[in-house]
Design a protein around this ligand. Structure first.
Ligand SMILES: O=C(O)CCC(=O)C(=O)O
Length: 198
C-alpha cells in the first residue's frame, strides 16, 4: 500500500495515491465549500501573528487542542470527512478523533518548522496526513545534529490524494515544514488526523 515505508531515522510511510483522483477531486470540492475556514492568530516568540494559511480544527466534542499559544475548540465533523476518518483509522490502526485542516491558497501560504508534539497527543503520536489539490514539498529536518554536525533532511512531494503517516519517534526526532514556493501553484488542502488523549 505504501510507496515509501520508512526513511533513515524517521518512521514515515507515504502512499502517493492513497485516494484515486476522482474521489480526491470530490473531497476537495466538498471541503473547500464545507469547512468554515479561518485565519488563525498564532503566538510566535511572544508576538501575535496571523497564520500564513487558512485553518480549521475539527473533531469529537471533547477534543480540545492547544498549539502556538491558542486553545482550539473543535468544529463538528463535516459529513464528507466521516468516511475518510474511518478509512484512515482502519489503515493506520488508530481511532482518530480530530483533524487539523489547512488550506494553502497559493504558493505564498506555508507552514513553519514545528513538531506535532503537543501534550494532548501523548508520546510518539501517529499522525495521518492526507493531501488534496496542488502538489507541495514537505520537508523533515532532524532536531539534533549527527556526529559530523549535520542535520538529517528528507524532502517529500505530496500530490493530490497522497497519504503520509508519521509514527514512533518521528515527532521527537524531526521537525517538519511546508515551505513557500515561487512556483505558480493552485490551492491545496492538507488534513492531519490526530488522536487527542482526554
Ligand atoms: O500541509 C502539510 O502537509 C503539513 C501540515 C502540518 O505540518 C501540520 O498540520 O502539522
Amino acid at each position: 500500500m505504501f510507496d515509501i515505508s520508512s526513511l533513515p531515522e524517521a518512521d514515515v510511510q507515504l502512499s502517493h495515491r492513497w485516494m484515486d483522483a476522482s474521489a480526491a477531486d470530490t473531497l476537495l470540492t466538498a471541503l473547500m465549500a464545507g469547512i468554515p475556514w479561518t485565519r488563525h492568530r498564532l503566538r510566535i516568540f511572544g508576538r501575535e501573528v496571523e497564520a500564513p494559511r487558512l485553518s480549521c480544527w475539527i473533531g469529537d466534542p471533547g477534543a480540545l487542542y492547544r498549539y502556538s499559544g491558542t486553545r482550539f475548540v473543535p468544529e463538528p465533523w463535516p459529513a464528507a470527512l466521516v468516511p475518510v476518518r474511518d478509512a484512515l483509522s482502519e489503515a493506520a490502526g488508530v481511532a482518530f478523533n480530530s483533524v487539523l485542516a489547512n488550506l494553502y491558497r497559493d504558493g505564498q501560504d506555508a507552514m513553519g518548522w514545528h513538531s506535532d508534539d503537543e501534550r494532548e497527543l501523548g508520546p510518539d503520536p501517529v499522525i495521518a496526513s492526507l493531501s488534496l489539490g496542488a502538489t507541495r514539498r514537505f520537508v523533515l529536518k532532524g532536531r539534533t545534529p549527527d556526529a559530523e554536525g549535520r542535520f538529517a533532511r528528507h524532502v517529500l512531494e505530496l500530490p493530490h490524494g497522497s497519504l503520509l503517516v508519521m509514527r514512533g519517534e518521528t515527532q521527537a526526532r524531526f521537525r517538519h515544514a511546508l515551505p513557500r514556493t515561487a512556483r505558480p501553484v493552485g490551492p491545496r488542502i492538507n488534513l492531519t488526523f490526530r488522536r487527542i488523549l482526554y
